[in-house]
Design a protein around this ligand. Structure first.
Ligand SMILES: *[C@@H]1O[C@H](CO)[C@@H](O)[C@H](O)[C@H]1NC(C)=O
Ligand SMILES: *[C@@H]1O[C@H](CO)[C@@H](O)[C@H](O)[C@H]1NC(C)=O
Length: 453
């Protein structure tokens, strides 16, 4: 395991230097609940970056073309499209409010000029089409330029309508709505590598959908016990394998991961692989089960490994070894002695996500105090960085931060007791090819890049 969580990143010439690039969102101290970012996702080439928020909105940023005469000003991300994806709803049968909060966004690979993405709240998944329009038809026969119908008796000559250029307009339209298939809250959606199907997972079930068919889905996992009082475990995340369209995994609140093969049976209640690390009896406590709950699972781009995030650590598993992870990285081990207060303020239930870089050589995940952590899998080095307004000057380098795990605090270290637990980094994304990362800090989206030259 690498480092004790304090961020032991010695100043080495070979380490990546991250620097500030952009920050999106208001600076205001009073953050509106609706503006809190709830998901971040690059498209497959990294030129588009989508965020979803608690207010049900989706904002898409597009990377600007690089300017050859300014080699240092690498493409910035600017707003491309903003739309309301989900609205608050009310389930009258169960007397339940359904929040508009966007839980997940997943891009579909681009197949024509338009872009498609899936967005989901707790209950309903929507397929959105985002398309551009830069021409407008003029010279209709039956209506005039502002759309009013013309009196047919006054039309004496026929004309041929022509396309006139106009300012670029980006339109988002809902193409499909996949509703009424989840009794519990949807925590994951994942597009299959066949590009035709996707899965959606809630606390107890996983459904398989065809992207074209909205009125039916196939239940592929169902862990609901006949008697709900016997419930001991829930599904926390699920994802398709990046290349094998028959394989998917799901993680559980007990810290286990099941790999399922849809070829073996229609209902994948029997897993084909079961990944679990034996518990260390010496560290058992009241909080053991809570902190071992997996909040995110992500396949590496290669498909050989998967990564899981639990409350205190991030683990890398080899798909060929079920008995234990091949790597365990401590994210913020100094919180182990604070679990009691983190339980009392509910932080212990925070769901941190994790992501891989393009070549699968580094991983990133969030922490508190607007800190986020990166682990280099080859050098075994790790670093703690901070998303903050203070060093948000263009191209300012991010200074590694260190948390003092106790005892005597060194210069430049921050003590565990002064960490701000309201500032948490749950959602991050890494550009699929470049060293560009997007980090959601409450209502702000930070974009950092590696230092060129
Ligand atoms: C590139 O930068 C130059 C100098 O600032 C500017 O004149 C030019 O319009 C820019 N080109 C593009 C494509 O933005
Ligand atoms: C991602 O978005 C960019 C920008 O519009 C587009 O050119 C690219 O084809 C998209 N990539 C994929 C694989 O969908």
């Amino acid at each position: 395991s690498a480092g004790a969580g304090g961020g032991g990143c010695p100043a080495s010439g070979n380490d990546l230097q991250w620097c500030f690039s952009q920050v999106k969102g208001a600076i205001d101290e009073d953050v509106a609940e609706a503006d809190i970012i709830s998901t971040v996702e690059f498209n497959y080439s990294g030129d588009l970056l989508a965020t979803g928020d608690k207010g049900g909105r989706v904002v898409i940023f597009q990377r600007e073309q690089e300017n050859k005469s300014h080699p240092h000003s690498r493409g910035e991300y600017n707003v491309y499209s903003t739309f309301q994806s989900h609205e608050p709803e009310f389930d009258y049968l169960k007397s339940l409010e359904i929040e508009e909060k966007i839980n997940k966004i997943r891009w579909l690979p681009q197949q024509n000029a338009a872009h498609f993405l899936l967005s989901t709240n707790d209950k309903t998944i929507k397929l959105w089409k985002i398309s551009e329009r830069d021409k407008r038809a003029e010279g209709y026969n039956l209506k005039d330029e502002d759309g009013r119908l013309r009196d047919p008796f006054r039309i004496t000559a026929l004309r041929v309508p022509i396309l006139k250029p106009m300012d670029l307009m980006v339109e988002a339209s809902p193409r499909r709505i996949f509703a009424n298939a989840h009794t519990y809250h949807i925590n994951s959606i994942s597009v299959n590598s066949d590009h035709e199907t996707y899965l959606s997972a809630d606390d107890l079930r996983i459904n398989l959908w065809h992207l074209e068919i909205t009125d039916r889905s196939f239940n592929i996992v169902d862990i609901k016990p006949a008697n709900m009082e016997e419930l001991t475990e829930v599904i926390t995340a699920a994802e398709f394998h990046p290349h094998q369209c028959n394989v998917f995994v799901y993680s559980s609140s007990k810290g286990t991961i099941r790999l399922c093969d849809m070829r073996s049976s229609a209902l994948c209640d029997r897993h084909s692989k079961f990944f679990e690390e034996p518990e260390d009896p010496s560290s058992r406590s009241f909080f053991s089960e809570i902190i071992s709950s997996i909040s995110d699972v992500k396949f590496s781009h290669s498909g050989r490994y998967m990564m899981t995030r639990d409350y205190l650590s991030v683990k890398v598993w080899d798909l060929n070894m079920e008995s234990r992870p091949v790597e365990t990285h401590q994210v913020h081990e100094y919180l182990r002695s604070k679990l009691c207060s983190l339980y009392e303020n509910d932080c212990i239930f925070d769901k941190f996500e994790c992501c891989w870089n393009g070549p699968d050589s580094a991983i990133m995940t969030g922490s508190y105090n607007n800190f986020f952590r990166m682990f280099d899998r080859n050098t075994r080095r790790d670093v703690t960085l901070e998303a903050s307004r203070e060093n948000s000057k263009p191209r300012a380098s991010l200074k590694p931060r260190r948390v003092c795990p106790g005892g005597k605090r060194k210069k430049d270290e921050i003590s565990v007791d002064s960490l701000d637990f309201n500032k948490k980094i749950l959602h991050t994304a890494w550009h699929p090819n470049d060293n560009i990362i997007a980090v959601a800090a409450t209502n702000n989206l930070y974009i950092f890049q590696d230092k060129v030259n």
